[in-house]
Every structure is written in structure tokens, then in C-alpha cells.
Design a protein around this ligand. Structure first.
Ligand SMILES: Nc1ncnc2c1ncn2[C@@H]1O[C@H](COP(=O)(O)OP(=O)(O)O)[C@@H](O)[C@H]1O
Ligand SMILES: N[C@@H](CCOP(=O)(O)O)C(=O)O
Length: 320
């Protein structure tokens, strides 16, 4: 459930008076999502998404997120296009909170992932990296080593309640990854959370890429590793090498991976697994009573982390 703010009709009308979107037909809360309040807004002009930014998004980051969506949409990516109000601003306020209207994207995120989705996803991810290359703003990744360590500090003394030995395993992993992490790979703007629920399809065609609220500057191949984790494991925890091969083939058709990027994939996949393990662990251990959002299982990402730690090399991902 992600509707944290109720929008009374008077507030909506006052807000929309500054846009050229015509009269409101309806406003419906969208129950999917975690971070912000999202609404499907229908006006005389068409369908839009109204997002009200809640506590977890730093308002200082919003120009980067909205600017990036606009940049990518203008480069032909199927990303939400922010709607500017008459004063030229896309970032405005409703009920005292930051808010924006973006274009509505058609399609549905895949509940059952097929290899064909992975190929198309790989192509779309590479297209995103290429199109973002001349985006003018920068945002360091808040969820890299320093962020992981801060989350870990917030879980100290509690992690073993989820699985005995977890705390020591994470501490060792943090040390090893800090030693192994590649710092000289191609970098740029990455999506950083391109999970299946953030990619809409019509058949095998990508029709929408949403949720840019973790986007940042980091290693491009790290984004590929995030997708390997989010798209290529089955429900039973097994790794599907056919899907991985499809994803990597799709990506490499648009943006070839250098030999160093390929060699680094196992380490990057470990780091990506640790990133989602840490945020999920933190959220699991800091559940707010009465919260409407069900936390995601951190153990899923521990299993993925262990898989990548055990691979002999990038061949495990279907690369020759
Ligand atoms: N531009 C869009 N077009 C169509 N649906 C959207 C769009 N943006 C968001 N949604 C809908 O809102 C839901 C939540 O959006 P999301 O950005 O993932 O929220 P959160 O950041 O809170 O997790 C999505 O699953 C989708 O159903
Ligand atoms: N993809 C993350 C959680 C972030 O949720 P989103 O709804 O903003 O994509 C995870 O699976 O841990």
C-alpha cells in the first residue's frame, strides 16, 4: 500500500489550477509501491501519475530524479515525462509536501519472467546508460560502501535474530568486497533499482521504466549486476543461466561490456546482493508498528550473495 497522504478535492483543484491539464475526471490512489504516495490522475487531457514525495526521499535529490526522467524520455526511452506547470516548474508542492505529475505509461510489469523479457530488459538498460551519458546533473550513490556500513551499524546486535551467524557473515563480506571492488570501470548514471515491478511490458516489448528514486552515478556494470539478481533467480532460489545469458546478450547488443567489466561481474553481483540484503535487513529490523508496507525478506538476498560468492567466474552467467 503506498498512499500515505490523502488528497481532498479542494487541495487537488488548487494544485491543478497551476497546470494546463484541463478539468479533473478522477484521482485514484495506487496501492503498489513503497516509498511515495502515487495516484492515477485522469483529466480532460489524458492520464497522468501524481506522486507526492514522502519522508524517505530527500527533496534535494528531486531535481536530479525528475531531470533524469525528462532527459531519458526526450532521448526516446519509455520513461515518465514530468509535466511542467505554467511557471515552468515540474517540482511543486501539494499539502505542504513536494509533488510532481508525470506521464502515464502503458503496459504491465511481468509477474512471470521469461527469457524474452530479460533480452528486452538488457537492451533497455544499455539504452538508458547510453542516453544518460550527457545528462548534466550528478548524484553519488548513497547506497554504496558508506551506506552499507551505516545500515550495518543500525543492525548491530540484531541481525543474528534472523539467522545465527549473519552478522559475522556480513562483516566479512563488507571487508572482502572493499578489497575486491573495481574502481576503474566505466561509470555513469545508473537506475540502481531496475526490478521487474519497475519495468512495464506489452508482450516482449518494454513500454515503461519507472521508479528513478535510487538513480545515481556509479559503475554501469553494477546496474547490470543488480538486474542479474532481480531478474535471473527463480522462486526456489535457483539461478537461471538462460535468463542471465539473455539479459547480457540484450545489453551487449547495445553497449558492449569490456573484458574488465565481464571479469568483475561476480564481485559486482555480490555487492548488489549485499546492497539489497542490507536495506531489507534494516527495514525488517526497524518495522514501524501499524505501517502499511510489508517488509521484503532479507534472506532471499543472502542466498543470492552466497551464490555469487561461490561462482568460479563470469562463465556462470552464461558468458563464453
Ligand atoms: N508513469 C507511470 N505510469 C503508469 N503507472 C505508474 C507510473 N509510475 C508509477 N506507476 C504505478 O505506481 C506504482 C508505484 O510506483 P513506484 O514508483 O514503484 O512507487 P514507489 O517509489 O513508492 O515504490 C507502480 O507499480 C505502477 O503501478
Ligand atoms: N527493489 C527493492 C525495494 C524498493 O522497492 P520499490 O518499490 O521502490 O522498487 C527490493 O526489492 O528490496
Amino acid at each position: 500500500m503506498a498512499v500515505y497522504t490523502d488528497v481532498p478535492p479542494e487541495a487537488l483543484h488548487a494544485f491543478l489550477a497551476d497546470y494546463d491539464l484541463g478539468a479533473v475526471r478522477s484521482l485514484k490512489g495506487i496501492t503498489e509501491g513503497v516509498e511515495n504516495s502515487n495516484f492515477l490522475l485522469e483529466t480532460e487531457r489524458g492520464r497522468y501519475i501524481l506522486t507526492i514525495y514522502e519522508k524517505r526521499v530527500d527533496p534535494a535529490d528531486l531535481p536530479f530524479f525528475l531531470g533524469l526522467m525528462e532527459h531519458l524520455a526526450r532521448h526516446g526511452l519509455p520513461c515518465p515525462l514530468p509535466v511542467h506547470a505554467r511557471d515552468g516548474q515540474a517540482l511543486r508542492r501539494i499539502l505542504g509536501k513536494p509533488a510532481a505529475i508525470v506521464s502515464f505509461l502503458e503496459g504491465r510489469w511481468p509477474r512471470r519472467i521469461e527469457a524474452g523479457h530479460c533480452t528486452a530488459l538488457g537492451e533497455a538498460l544499455a539504452a538508458l546508460h547510453l542516453a544518460a551519458a550527457d545528462f548534466g546533473l550528478r548524484r553519488p550513490n548513497a547506497l554504496s560502501f558508506a551506506g552499507w556500513r551505516a545500515l550495518f551499524a543500525g543492525c548491530r546486535g540484531k541481525a543474528d535474530a534472523i539467522l545465527p551467524g549473519l552478522e559475522a557473515e556480513i562483516a566479512t563480506e563488507l571487508e572482502e568486497l572493499a578489497r575486491l571492488w573495481p574502481n576503474d570501470l566505466p561509470a555513469g548514471v545508473i537506475h540502481a533499482d531496475l526490478f521487474p515491478d519497475n519495468v512495464f511490458f506489452a508482450g516482449d516489448k518494454v513500454t515503461g521504466i519507472i521508479d528513478f528514486y535510487f538513480a545515481c552515478n556509479d559503475l554501469l556494470a553494477y546496474d547490470v549486476a543488480i538486474c542479474l539478481n532481480a531478474w535471473c533467480f527463480e522462486q526456489d532460489g535457483s539461478f537461471n543461466v538462460t535468463k542471465a545469458k539473455a539479459l547480457l546478450q540484450g545489453y551487449r547488443q547495445r553497449r558492449p561490456l569490456s573484458p574488465d567489466e565481464v571479469a568483475a561481474l561476480p564481485v559486482l553481483a555480490r555487492g548488489s546482493a549485499l546492497r539489497f540484503l542490507m536495506t531489507r535487513l534494516y527495514d525488517w529490523l526497524h518495522q514501524v508498528e501499524g505501517a502499511l508496507v510489508k517488509p521484503k525478506d532479507p534472506r532471499e538476498y543472502l542466498r543470492k550473495l552466497r551464490f555469487h560468492r561461490g561462482v568460479a567466474g563470469p562463465r556462470a552467467y552464461g558468458l563464453g
